[in-house]
Design a protein around this ligand. Structure first.
Ligand code: HSE
Length: 438
C-alpha cells in the first residue's frame, strides 16, 4: 500500500484555498509521481466563512492554529499566514513539534531566517520556502539544486509583480505613477497601503533570500540598499525610452570582488534603466523574471507569475512533494534550508558600487550652466557619455539629461549634491542607475 503523508495548513484564505484546490485537482497525479499519498488533515482559518476563491470542506477547518501544530498525525505544516509576528510563533511551534514546515513567507524569512533555520536544525526537520521568491517560478530549487555546480557572478530579478505592473503601464501608456497605482489598487493588484510593494521592501526580502542562497552567507535586510518606484515619473520613463531604455525595479545580486573563498557582493533593489534589447526589458505586467548567470552554466532566464493563488500553490505543493519524499526515504533534511559556505562574504556598501547613471536636472537655460555642471563632474572624475537637452521645453527651467559613465555611487551622490546647490539648478537632481548586464 502507498505510504500516506498528512498535511496541516495554517491559512485558508486566497492562497490557502488555492493550495487545497490544486491538491484536489492534481493530488492523484502527484501521488503517482511521488509514490506517496498526500492528504489534508486540518486547515486553520481566520473564520469559517472568510471569503475564499475555492471551497474548503467545513470538516477540515478549525479556527485554532494550535490544533494543526499539535496534531500528532500531521507531518508537514504549511504556513500561509504572512507577516512576521504570529507567523514566527506558528513556524517555531511547528518545528519544535518535529514537523517539517513549508512557508511562502518572504518577510518572515527576511526578518528571522537564521533563527528559523537554527530551530529546524535543532529539531532535525526541514523548512521549505520555494513560494517565497517569484511565486510559481522554481527559483529556490534551481539555485540550490539545479545550479549546485555553479558560482553566481550575477543575478537580476524582477521580483515584484505590483511594481512591474505599474512600471509597464507607465511605459506603455505614458501614464503617471499615482494614476496607475490607484487603478492597480481598484483591480486588487496592489495592496492598500501599497508601501511593502512600491517602496521596494517585498523585493528587498526576495532579493535577500536569493543573495543568501547564491553566496552562502545570510544577507541581512538592513544591508540591502533599497529604493522603491515612487520616484519614477512619467517624464523619466519617456526620456529613458527615447534613449533606448526601459525602467524596471530590479533586484541585483552581483559579485564585485573575490578574495579566496570570500566575496564582496552588491545586493540592492532600485529602479534601473535596462537596455530595450535586453530580455528583461520585455518582462511586462504582473510577471516576474529572474536572470541567473552561473559561472558554469552561463546565462539563464526564468519567467512566470510571481504571485496569485494558483502560481503560489504550485510552488507550495512542490515543497510539500520534496518534504513527502524525504519522509518516505527517511532523509528529512536532504537539502537543508540554508548552508553557510562563505562565512566571510560581505555586502558591499552602496557608495562603493560602480554603475552607469541617468541624471535629469532642471536647469535655467543660460550660457555657462552646462560648463559649471561638467566641471563638478570632471573634478569628481565622473565621465559624461551623452547630454540631451530636449527641444520644446520652455519656462523658468528646462530638463537636461546626462548619461554618465561607470563611477562609484558615493562619488556620484556627492557630485549631484554639489550640482543641486548651483543657483542655475532649480530642483533636486533625479538619478537612476543604468545596468549594462556585462
Ligand atoms: N505583492 C507581491 C508582488 C507578491 O506584487 O509581487 C507577494 O510577494
Amino acid at each position: 500500500m502507498m505510504q500516506k503523508v498528512n498535511l496541516g495548513m495554517i491559512g485558508g484564505g486566497t492562497v490557502g484555498s488555492g493550495v487545497f484546490h490544486a491538491w484536489q485537482h492534481n493530488g492523484t497525479l502527484m501521488a503517482a509521481r511521488l509514490g506517496v499519498q498526500l492528504g489534508f488533515r486540518k486547515i486553520a482559518v481566520k473564520a469559517f466563512d472568510e471569503p475564499r476563491p475555492y471551497r474548503i470542506p467545513r470538516a477540515l477547518m478549525t479556527t485554532h492554529w494550535q490544533e494543526v501544530v499539535h496534531d500528532p498525525e500531521i507531518q508537514i505544516v504549511i504556513e500561509l499566514v504572512g507577516g512576521t509576528g504570529i507567523a514566527r510563533t506558528m513556524v517555531l511551534a511547528a518545528l519544535a513539534q518535529g514537523k517539517t514546515v513549508v512557508t511562502a513567507n518572504k518577510a518572515l524569512l527576511s526578518a528571522h531566517g537564521p533563527e528559523l533555520f537554527a530551530a529546524a536544525a535543532k529539531h532535525g526537520v526541514n523548512l521549505h520556502y520555494e513560494a517565497s521568491v517569484c511565486g510559481g517560478i522554481p527559483i529556490i530549487k534551481s539555485l540550490r539544486e539545479g545550479f549546485v555546480a555553479n558560482q553566481f557572478p550575477a543575478i537580476y530579478g524582477i521580483v515584484n509583480g505590483t511594481c512591474n505592473y505599474i512600471l509597464s503601464r507607465m511605459a506603455a501608456e505614458g501614464a503617471d505613477f499615482a494614476d496607475v497605482l490607484a487603478e492597480a489598487q481598484k483591480l486588487g493588484y496592489a495592496e492598500t497601503p501599497p508601501d511593502l510593494d512600491v517602496d521596494g521592501f517585498d523585493a528587498q526580502h526576495k532579493t535577500g533570500i536569493l543573495a543568501s542562497l547564491a553566496h552562502g552567507f545570510w544577507v541581512r535586510h538592513e544591508n540591502i540598499h533599497t529604493e522603491g518606484i515612487r520616484s519614477v515619473s512619467r517624464m523619466d520613463m519617456q526620456f529613458a525610452q527615447q534613449l533606448g531604455y526601459t525602467i524596471k525595479l530590479l533586484g541585483i545580486v552581483k559579485r564585485c570582488q573575490m578574495r579566496g573563498a570570500n566575496s564582496a557582493v552588491q545586493v540592492s533593489v532600485y529602479p534601473t534603466l535596462i537596455p530595450n534589447a535586453h530580455v528583461l526589458a520585455s518582462v511586462n505586467g504582473v510577471f516576474n523574471a529572474c536572470f541567473v548567470r552561473g559561472d558554469v552554466v552561463g546565462d539563464t532566464l526564468f519567467y512566470g507569475r510571481g504571485a496569485g493563488k494558483d502560481a503560489t500553490a504550485s510552488a507550495v505543493l512542490s515543497d510539500v512533494a520534496d518534504a513527502a519524499l524525504d519522509l518516505k526515504h527517511g532523509t528529512e533534511v536532504r537539502v537543508p534550508p540554508f548552508v553557510d559556505h562563505a562565512r566571510k562574504g560581505r555586502v558591499l556598501p552602496m557608495d562603493e558600487i560602480v554603475s552607469r547613471y541617468y541624471v535629469r536636472l532642471s536647469v535655467v537655460d543660460k550660457p555657462g550652466v552646462l560648463a559649471k555642471i561638467s566641471a563638478i563632474l570632471a573634478a569628481a572624475k565622473i565621465g559624461i557619455s551623452s547630454v540631451v537637452q530636449p527641444e520644446g521645453h520652455e519656462g523658468e527651467s528646462v530638463p537636461l539629461i546626462l548619461m554618465l559613465h561607470d563611477a562609484p555611487n558615493g562619488a556620484v551622490r556627492k557630485a549631484l549634491a554639489k550640482i543641486g546647490q548651483l543657483t542655475a539648478v532649480k530642483a533636486a537632481p533625479v538619478m537612476f542607475r543604468v545596468e549594462s548586464f556585462d
